[in-house]
Design a protein around this ligand. Structure first.
Ligand SMILES: *[C@@H]1O[C@H](CO)[C@@H](O)[C@H](O)[C@H]1NC(C)=O
Ligand SMILES: *[C@@H]1O[C@H](CO)[C@@H](O)[C@H](O)[C@H]1NC(C)=O
Length: 251
């Protein structure tokens, strides 16, 4: 008795469940249209408007003007040079040399600031990882208190103390975060000068900066005494390097 009831009740939902399936297929027409046509069109339109890529127009004479010839490479230039730390440093960018200890500090692509001791011959130079910023240390220079000042595009302008403690000095100016700070120098009066190649594109997107061809870079300064960050020059094309002159009168 019970067994005969069970197949009955099990077969009962079948016709009732097939009804909503038919009505679902009918009502899925506008839904399919929405998903396959309307949503992609609206999304593409929105994305196009949100995309901030804004390339500079090609200068009119660039295709008709004279061909620029690049001077031939000087093969003699590396003749008296030796390679240091080959295989132990991942894409070292900038160096700071401590004459007292004879140690070269350099920032690597894996986040390490490494110390390189060069002996009589470059072949027995010793490389050691020192401090990892967790970002990409690009520009480095010594401060006046045995610290290293580091321009890290992912972290900001950093103070790496002699004990290896990392402290953020600044990561924005005029309310605009740095995107690609890359070079730094310290003046005798303690003012730190540094460059931001782009306010718009980060390091991983720096190809877009080059393709865009617009002056999105800035020259900045940071004063440790007042903890203020200033924009000194706007509208630079991929600002990527700064040095204070020996007489301290200009950068
Ligand atoms: C210089 O080389 C010697 C012998 O190879 C080694 O013991 C010493 O640690 C090296 N010094 C530095 C500063 O690398
Ligand atoms: C970096 O930190 C050290 C240790 O606190 C300090 O003596 C030094 O003045 C700092 N440098 C800057 C530029 O703030």
């Amino acid at each position: 008795m019970d067994e005969s009831k069970t197949p009955d009740s099990a077969s009962l939902p079948r016709p009732s469940s097939s009804k909503p399936t038919i009505s679902k297929q009918k009502s899925s027409w506008p839904f399919t249209f929405l998903v396959t046509v309307l949503v992609p069109v609206v999304a593409a339109t929105l994305l196009y408007q949100l995309d901030s890529f804004d390339p500079a127009p090609l200068p009119p004479d660039v295709l008709t003007g004279h061909v620029i010839t690049v001077p031939a490479r000087n093969d003699h230039i590396l003749r008296e040079s030796e390679f240091v730390g080959v295989g132990n440093l991942k894409a070292p960018e900038d160096v700071a040399y401590d004459a007292k200890s004879g140690v070269i500090y350099t920032g690597c692509a894996d986040g390490w600031i490494s110390r390189v001791s060069v002996n009589d011959s470059a072949a027995d130079s010793v490389v050691g990882n020192w401090v990892n910023t967790g970002g990409r240390p690009l520009g480095i220079a010594f401060g006046h208190n045995n610290e290293l000042i580091v321009a890290d595009p992912q972290k900001g302008l950093l103070n790496v103390t002699a004990d290896g403690v990392v402290e953020l000095l600044t990561d924005e100016a005029d309310g605009q975060k740095f995107k690609l700070i890359d070079a730094v120098d310290v003046a005798h009066n303690g003012i730190i000068y540094f460059t931001d190649a782009s306010y718009k594109y980060s390091l991983s997107k720096s190809n877009w900066e080059i393709l865009e061809g617009k002056p999105n870079g800035r020259l900045l300064s940071y004063d440790p005494a007042t903890k203020t960050t200033k924009v000194l020059v706007h509208n630079l094309y991929f600002a990527n390097g700064v040095v204070v002159s020996p007489d301290q009168n200009y950068v």
